[in-house]
Design a protein. Structure first.
Ligand SMILES: [Zn+2]
Length: 427
């Protein structure tokens, strides 16, 4: 019937003005809405007279939480109408409670759940759900992304190297150094701009799949070796993993030099070693001398103190101990990815929601304490088995917010802003 009707959309300046509406200081009509929310200010504009004014926003400090891909995926399934009812009933409704709480806290400007390359890669390999998974992690990250694990690791090694060289008063790496996107502690704008609409790349998927296969094969062999090492204890494997690390980095650097491998993961190692060489050249060392010094460093005890190396070595040693004790379930590619995410991100998160298996490894006793403490982490860990504790933890975050903060949120975003966006996939 309306086949030939042309739909016109007329864009007016009024369309960008959102509630809540206040009395306009210029024309006195109750048409003074919010047009922009920025870093530390927000702007109101009148829908009637189009006059505007900007207001200061107080500084905020958001708590940083990390959710692993399993949590992202479960929440997506629960909210997505495309998953039929039978599927939905299988997924516990507790995931809906979790999403509700997280989404609310993000909107109240109290927490942020940065996304990671691990979310990106693990969503890419299920192409049919890539967009909806991405939609979920971006809803909670609000555009804040962690740097890749390899990048974070190289930051840590670089700092550790400078300490080894005797540099003083070095600044520790913090959450701001390991994330990109706009400032974590900014007041978020109402509009969500999803970056990288063309980031669905078949060649990346092929690369990921190939790498998974290679790593999977390697892990199978390592696990089989651990199963036979009946006389070793946790410390043996822990020390072995920590010592192997520096040598491995340096070896892959040399291999890259020889083969001129352009593969990005590898070239991160190259960049790191080249950066270290440059630091030494600046101090007047020749290339030859610099290389000698770096070989010393990669074999030193100092490099064993790099957080990433300690955490991943601890987790692998813990799995080795289980293997030698007769555990049959092999080390999976999923475990390796989880270890990578935990080792690179945990030092910068107040809390991490991880899978049950990783949780049990991190809370195992080593030397009279939990493994997480043993490797130097203060991070709180939660998993599906401790979901109630996680919901409690989130509840306390909301309760800890000051009245003036919550009033400011209402002033800027309106009364209904904190309600969870459970209709996310119906748009
Ligand atoms: Zn006005």
């Amino acid at each position: 019937m309306a086949k030939n009707k042309v739909h016109e959309i007329i864009i007016t300046p009024q369309m960008f003005i959102s509630p809540p509406f206040k009395k306009c200081p210029y024309c006195k009509e109750k048409e003074f809405g919010v047009v922009h929310i920025g870093d530390r200010t927000y702007t109101r504009r009148c829908r009637r007279c189009l006059q505007s004014s900007s207001y200061k926003l107080p500084p905020i400090k958001k708590r940083v939480l990390y959710l692993d891909q399993m949590a992202i995926s479960e929440m997506m399934k629960l909210l997505n109408p495309k998953f039929n009812e039978t599927r939905k009933s299988k997924v516990k409704s507790i995931w809906k409670d979790l999403f509700g709480k997280l989404d609310r806290l993000v909107k109240l400007q109290l927490i942020i759940c940065p996304d990671s390359t691990s979310h990106y890669y693990e969503s890419l390999i299920v192409p049919e759900y890539y967009q909806v998974l991405k939609r979920m992690y971006e809803q909670l990250s609000n555009g804040i992304s962690f740097h890749d694990a390899e990048v974070i690791k190289s930051f840590q090694i670089s700092l550790n190297f400078r300490e080894w060289m005797g540099e003083k008063n070095l600044k520790d790496i913090d959450i701001y150094n390991v994330t990109s996107g706009h400032d974590i502690d900014s007041w978020q704008d109402r509009l969500r701009i999803s970056v990288g609409v063309n980031d669905f790349d078949e060649s990346i998927i092929t690369n990921i799949k190939e790498e998974r296969e290679i790593v999977g094969e390697k892990m199978k062999k390592v696990f089989e070796r651990w199963q036979t090492e009946k006389s070793k204890n946790f410390t043996d494997w822990y020390e072995e993993e920590r010592s192997a690390f520096g040598k491995m980095v340096f070896r892959s650097y040399l291999e890259n030099i020889i083969s001129d491998n352009p593969f990005s993961m590898m070239s991160q190692t190259n960049t790191l070693v080249v950066d270290l060489i440059n630091r030494l050249s600046d101090k007047g060392l020749s290339n030859e001398e610099a290389l000698q010094k770096i070989i010393l460093y990669f074999g030193s005890n100092q490099i064993k103190e790099v957080p990433y190396i300690k955490i991943s070595a601890g987790l692998f040693a813990s799995i080795a101990r289980k293997a030698a004790n007769g555990q049959k379930k092999p080390l999976t590619i999923g475990d390796v990815n989880d270890i990578k995410a935990i080792s690179s991100l945990a030092p910068y998160c107040e809390a991490m929601f991880i899978d049950n298996k990783m949780y049990s490894l991190l809370t195992e006793r080593v030397d009279g304490k939990q493994l997480r403490e043993f490797v130097g982490l203060n991070t709180k860990f939660y998993c599906q088995n401790t979901m109630d504790d996680f919901l409690d933890f989130l509840q306390k975050i909301e309760e800890s917010a000051s009245k003036s903060h919550l009033a400011k949120v209402k002033e800027v975003y309106g009364d209904t802003w904190g309600e969870p966006f459970v209709e996310m996939y119906e748009y």
